[in-house]
Write a protein that binds this ligand. Structure first.
Ligand code: ZN
Length: 138
């Protein structure tokens, strides 16, 4: 058995990122499909509609748990990559460690300490260290 190299964890992280991005939409379409099936069942097989509604409500806890677990694993792998001075977004580096976030110097992606990536529009809302200096100098 060979050891898990950094390239393996990079690939897992990339797959996990795309799964986590698609997961909410998969869940949404799954529930829309269940709703349509239940709607059809109302007229033909009312017990089936009841089972689908109860099953959907009960499966919600499992779906939320699965989503949280997947994003938690992504956070762990992202933090591990940041610790190894590798950017999880572009797989380059180096990573600059600021007081409230990590920033990749190659692509400019920012990451919170829990591993979540700060999106571009959130980045614009956050004041940069230079911006806070300009405000406080006034
Ligand atoms: Zn990067």
């Amino acid at each position: 058995m060979r050891a898990c190299s950094i390239y393996d964890s990079d690939m897992i992280l990339r797959i996990l990122k795309s799964v986590n991005r698609a997961f909410p939409f998969l869940v949404l379409f799954g529930y829309i499909g269940a709703f349509l099936l239940a709607f059809i069942c109302i007229f033909s097989f009312p017990l089936g509609a009841l089972v689908l509604v109860i099953g959907s409500v009960l499966s919600l806890a499992f779906v939320v748990f699965l989503g949280e677990t997947l994003s938690g694993i992504e956070g762990i792998l992202t933090r591990r990559a940041l610790k190894k001075n590798r950017c999880p977004a572009c797989r380059m580096g180096p990573i600059q460690k600021n007081t409230d976030f990590h920033q990749c110097l190659a692509c400019g992606a920012r990451f919170q300490f829990d591993g979540a990536q700060i999106l571009q529009d959130e980045q614009e809302l956050q004041p940069t260290p230079l911006g806070t200096k300009l405000i406080s100098a006034d």
